[in-house]
Write a protein that binds this ligand. Structure first.
Ligand code: RP5
Length: 163
């Protein structure tokens, strides 16, 4: 197996529906990744072991998605100095505002880059990881630029509204 470049962690398998958006982008960009469902609250020891192991394996960034009292991205950041990209999962009770505030309000000294609530956030976290990898590997930078160009073309096509 190729060495993982990104590790994706979600607090529960119930987050997969949202986090699939990130996995899809990583696949499209040819970024090697490992994905796990590990919880900061329910399986903290396994989470620590995984994060430490992934940093030792050389991953360049972690994408961590969680919902509700979403401690996961912050706890991941406590165990690694690699960039942590946090995705707030949309929740039924509070629409993901709970997740967003839990992830974004980190204490000074342990940063987590926080993305939008839900699928847009998951997708953007993976695109951000691609941009980070692009700093070292030009092929990823080229892929990000190509993605943007394709997206702009699709948006331009749709701009001609049939009313
Ligand atoms: C969080 O609790 C998870 O990230 C998930 O979004 C939420 C609910 O988890 P389940 O009860 O569906 O496993 O830790």
């Amino acid at each position: 197996m190729k060495r993982p470049q990104v590790a994706v962690i979600m607090g529960s398998t119930s987050d997969l529906e949202t986090m699939k958006e990130a996995l899809e982008i990583l696949k499209v960009f040819g970024i090697s990744f490992v994905a796990r469902a590990l919880s900061a609250h329910r399986t903290p020891k396994e989470l620590e072991a995984f994060v430490v192991g992934m940093e030792q394996a050389g991953v360049k960034a972690f994408i961590a998605g969680a919902g509700g009292a979403a401690a996961l991205p912050g706890v991941v950041a406590a165990f690694t100095t690699r960039p942590v990209l946090g995705v707030p999962i949309e929740t039924r009770a509070l629409k993901g505002i709970d997740s967003l505030l839990s992830i974004v309000q980190m204490p000074a000294g342990i940063p987590v880059a926080t993305f939008a609530i839900g699928k847009a956030g998951a997708k953007n976290a993976a695109l951000f990881a691609a941009a980070l990898l692009g700093l070292e590997e030009r092929s990823f930078d080229r892929k990000v630029k190509k993605f943007r160009k394709k997206q702009a073309t699709a948006v331009r096509k749709k701009a001609k509204l049939k009313v």
